[in-house]
Design a protein around this ligand. Structure first.
Ligand code: GAR
Length: 201
């Protein structure tokens, strides 16, 4: 039986689309559900177009009660019975209880070369620091924010004149290479590192 993969999103879902297409093309896993925590997540329509079941569990009504939100999320996830949960631009911080429940099954993509720039505004912070390379990381999700075992990284140059938007777009390009490459290995139990060097390095 092919591993069942659920993808969690909050926004446009370009990483989700890349993962779904790669699973559909490669036949190595089944994308069984795309779940968003925001009604305006553009990725929901894209997932439906790709023939993947979608679900919406809005976090906003649970404001201030993270555990109640996570209880609803866990119930929906459990009914999808995932072997792997891919966080793909899912902008929620999760409690230790939730992470313990799904430990070992969760992957996340983060737009920086971890352990640099955990959290938000990663591209602005890289520009502020004057670094010459930047990129993204796929890591296992642990109780420490953006702190689990790193499984893959992709590197791009920071170019003169870059803005947070131009840098984000360059990083997103390699996110779309890195995440499927790591997932393909992860489904086989292979956690050896994946490194991708973007163009112009
Ligand atoms: C991606 O750049 C992803 O790395 C980032 O959000 C974007 C989602 O884009 N994730 C985080 O910042 C997580 N902290 P997408 O919806 O087009 O995949």
């Amino acid at each position: 039986m092919r591993p069942r993969v659920v993808i969690l999103i909050s926004g446009g879902g370009s990483n989700m689309v890349t993962l779904v297409r790669d699973m559909q093309a490669g036949g190595y896993a089944d994308p069984v559900l795309v779940l968003a925590n925001r009604a305006d997540a553009g990725g929901l329509a894209k997932a439906a177009e790709l023939g993947v079941e979608t679900a919406l569990i809005e976090s906003r009504p649970y404001k201030g009660d993270r555990e109640a939100f996570e209880a609803a999320l866990t119930e929906r996830l459990a009914s999808a019975n995932p072997d792997i949960i891919c966080f793909a631009g899912f902008m929620r911080v999760l409690t230790e209880g939730f992470i313990r429940r799904w430990q070992g099954k969760m992957l996340n993509i983060h737009p920086s070369l971890l352990p640099l720039y955990k959290g938000l505004h990663t591209h602005q912070r890289a520009l502020d620091d004057g670094v010459m390379v930047h990129g993204c990381s796929v890591h296992e999700v642990s109780a420490e924010l953006d702190g689990g075992t790193i499984l893959g990284q992709a590197v791009v140059p920071v170019l003169a004149g870059d803005t947070p938007d131009t840098l984000a777009a360059r990083v997103l390009g390699v996110e779309h290479q890195l995440y499927p490459a790591v997932l393909r290995k992860f489904v086989t139990g292979d956690r050896t590192p994946t490194a991708i060097f973007g163009t112009d390095i």
